[in-house]
Ligand binder design. Sequence first.
Ligand SMILES: C[S@@+](CC[C@H](N)C(=O)[O-])C[C@H]1O[C@@H](n2cnc3c(N)ncnc32)[C@H](O)[C@@H]1O
Length: 212
Amino acid sequence: MPGEEHERDPKHLVAEGYDQVADAYAHLEREETWPRMRWLKQLLAVLPPGSSVLDLGCGSGDPADITLAEQHQVTGVDISQAQIIKARQNVPSGTFFHADLGAITFSPNSFDAVVSFYTLEHLPREEHATILGRIATWLRPGGYLLLGTEAAEHAGSVGTWLGVPMFFSSYDPATVQRLICEQGMTIQETAMELQTEQGQQITYLWVLAQKA
Ligand SMILES: C[S@@+](CC[C@H](N)C(=O)[O-])C[C@H]1O[C@@H](n2cnc3c(N)ncnc32)[C@H](O)[C@@H]1O
C-alpha cells in the first residue's frame, strides 16, 4: 500500500521513482516555458564569474546546470542514479554526487550560491528547517539561495506522478519564507508562480535570498 511504503522509506521511493521517470521528466516542460530560467537569470545577474554553485536535486542538469556551467563551477546532488548519469553527461565540467541532499554535508562557506528547483517538496517537511540551516552554513557571507518549491500545507503523502508512486510534503509559503529568514538569510525577491505540467496549472513558491 502506498501509505505504508511512504512510512517505510520515502527517500527510497523518490529515488526509484525518478530512476523510472527521468526520461519522461526531461520532456515535461513542453507546453510552455517554466519560470525556472527567468529566476536563474536573476541569480546570474548578481553572481561574479567563476562562482561555485551547488544545485540540490539537480536532476539531469538540463537546463539550469548547463547554463550555470557556462560561467561557474557547478556541484550537483541527486538521489536518483539515472538523473546523476544524465547530469554527468550534460555537464561534463560539473561535480555530481549521487546522494540524499538531506544527509550530505559540505564544509562551511563552500558556495557562492545554492539553488534547488522542484525538489524540497520530495523530502519530509520535518527535514526542511535543518536543510535550510545547512544551506546557510555552506553559503559564504553574501551568498545566495535560489529556491523554487511547492508551498502548500501538506504533511506528506504518496501520490502517483508520471505514472509512478511519488512522495510529496510541504509547508505553506509564509512558513517556508520564515524558515529561510530564521537561518540568517534575507529574502530579496519572492513570488508565487503558476506553471503548466501535463495540462495542469501548478503553483510554486520562488525565493531569492541572501546570507548576511
Ligand atoms: C522535479 S525534479 C527537479 C530536477 C531539477 N532540479 C529541475 O529543475 O528540473 C526533482 C529532483 O529531485 C531529486 N530528489 C528528490 N529527493 C531528493 C533527495 N532527498 N536528495 C537528492 N535529490 C532528491 C529527484 O531525484 C529529482 O531529480
